[in-house]
Design a protein around this ligand. Structure first.
Ligand code: G6P
Length: 474
């Protein structure tokens, strides 16, 4: 069947589950991206291609709950070079302000090129004449160019979910020009924030030498590429509904009880990633207890760290550091039945996350750099009683929108301590004032609005076939 919309992402929106009896099945992963794109996919005979994780070979395209999915296999060599190497040990730290030192290896680059080429070739096979292809994220920045070479008839969009660094950092990359040219294969290049789009346009002018004007790049072949910001969001209504459900309300109560009904619960939920500032935030909390501002008898910090990229060296080191810190803080500051930190190295389904959000009084989100950060938006969506405090890093994309949070600089431990304390002591009226405003923002700019604005913008570019717009509820 010809596909009029092809979504190209490093990962499929489903995880492969191995049951106890050894059989395998698929489970929809919790991300909001797929629910936002799903209606457009259905209306346009859409297909989603991506890696299902692991090294399974010969997985056939399949349908999951009405979604057409095309698994892309990876060899061990490709996982090491493309995914763990170039994507997550070169680009990830470089694009996140060098929070860790990026490694540059030519063999990793070679695998990155090969995988990007294979993804482009498969997308070229799947796409109908004049179709729209939407490519996602830093693992696939060369796909737009390769795809355009193979299929000039397509309309191609690219969206970067993570930050795009300033020229001063980006130009360290030995393959800087190739990456810029890769992205320029798209008609529309989307970023989280306007600053990132400006970084990109400036680099294109300086390093590739194309003419630019504001958010437009003029290519010698007459094509125009637009670079603009489309801040991503969450399925706000979905989270809110979940948070109001009886099961989640009950579970939130049970969580508080299991923690010994403390007066205040601080909460962090992150992938276990060095960009997230988990270490600094736990240290700050520990110091507040040590200094006598917070008492372990009536406050606890629940930190959920979702296992991530466990084969990458920096992630292994981070896990050991956090394990050590949590052990030390609990050993030094905890009392019997009252740990300072309740640390969980695991991932939870959406229901449990919603219950944690409902149970927590102070949500602590302190990344050194983050494209957007959806956890803080999920917290806001789940606070249906318009209470709860958000302490948020200025360096998360979400800080541009959630101005009523307690905004902090995660490098400034004293500043962070002061904000945690203020949020801890804030009056209910103050909490409501802030939360009400943030809830309005998150509800109005949800992930459906995000997907629709990117698609509309892409649709308006050029004289291609127009997408079928699914009926939307307002
Ligand atoms: C970030 C990236 C995504 C990535 C996700 C999980 O949100 O922007 O592209 O899929 O992290 O990381 P993983 O390496 O497990 O895919």
């Amino acid at each position: 069947m010809p596909n009029h919309l092809v979504i190209v992402a490093n990962r499929l929106p489903v995880d492969r589950i191995t049951e106890e009896d050894g059989s395998t099945s698929w489970r929809r992963s919790p991300g909001g991206l797929v629910s936002a794109i799903e209606p457009v996919m259905r209306a346009n005979d859409g297909v989603w291609m991506g890696w299902p994780g692991g090294t399974d070979q010969d997985l056939e395209p399949f349908e999951d709950d009405g979604l057409q999915l095309v698994p892309m296999t990876m060899t061990q060599e490709q996982i090491e070079g493309h995914y763990e190497g170039f994507s997550n040990a070169t680009l990830w730290p470089l694009y996140h302000d060098l929070v860790a030192k990026p490694e540059f290896h030519r063999e990793w680059w070679d695998e990155y090129v090969k995988v990007n080429r294979r993804f482009a070739e498969r997308a070229a096979e799947l796409a109908a004449k004049g179709a729209t292809v939407w490519v996602h994220d830093y693992q696939l920045q060369l796909v737009p160019q390769y795809l355009r070479e193979l299929r000039p008839d397509l309309r191609i969009g690219f969206y970067l979910h993570i930050p795009f660094p300033p020229a001063e950092l980006f130009q360290q990359l030995p393959w800087r020009r190739q990456l810029l040219e890769g992205l320029l294969g798209a008609d529309l290049v989307g970023f989280q924030l306007p600053g990132a789009a400006q970084n990109f346009v400036r680099l294109v002018r300086q390093r590739v030498g194309h003419k630019t004007h504001r958010d437009l790049v003029y290519l010698p072949d007459g094509r125009t590429v637009r670079a603009a910001a489309f801040p991503i969001s969450i399925d706000a209504a979905g989270f809110e509904e979940l948070a109001r459900s009886e099961a989640v309300v009950e579970r939130a109560k049970a969580i508080r009880e299991a923690l010994g009904n403390p007066r205040k619960i601080f909460l962090g939920i992150d992938r276990l990633d060095y960009t997230k500032g988990i270490y600094a935030r736990l240290r700050a909390f520990g110091e507040l207890i040590r200094d006598g501002h917070v008492d372990v008898e009536d406050a606890v910090f629940v930190q959920v760290a979702v296992p991530s990229r466990e084969q990458v060296e920096q992630y292994k080191l981070l896990r050991d550091e956090i394990d050590r810190l949590v052990g030390r803080l609990n050993g030094d500051l905890g009392r019997i039945g009252r740990p300072a930190i309740s640390y969980l190295h695991t991932s939870y389904p959406r229901e449990e996350m919603a219950a944690l959000y409902r149970a927590a009084d102070i949500m602590v989100v302190t990344p050194y750099r983050d494209g957007m950060n959806l956890v803080c938006k999920e917290y806001v969506a789940c606070r249906v009683d318009e209470d709860g405090a958000l302490v948020l890093s200025e360096f998360a994309g979400a800080a541009d929108e959630l101005r009523q949070a307690w905004l902090i600089n995660p490098y400034d431990i004293n500043g962070m301590k002061a904000a945690l304390l203020e949020a801890h002591r804030a009056e209910p009226k103050e909490l409501t004032r802030r939360m009400r405003a943030m809830r309005k923002t998150v509800t109005q700019h949800d992930v459906k609005a995000w997907a629709a604005s990117f698609m509309t913008e892409l649709d308006d570019i050029g004289s291609h076939r127009k997408m079928v717009r699914p009926a939307t509820r307002s």
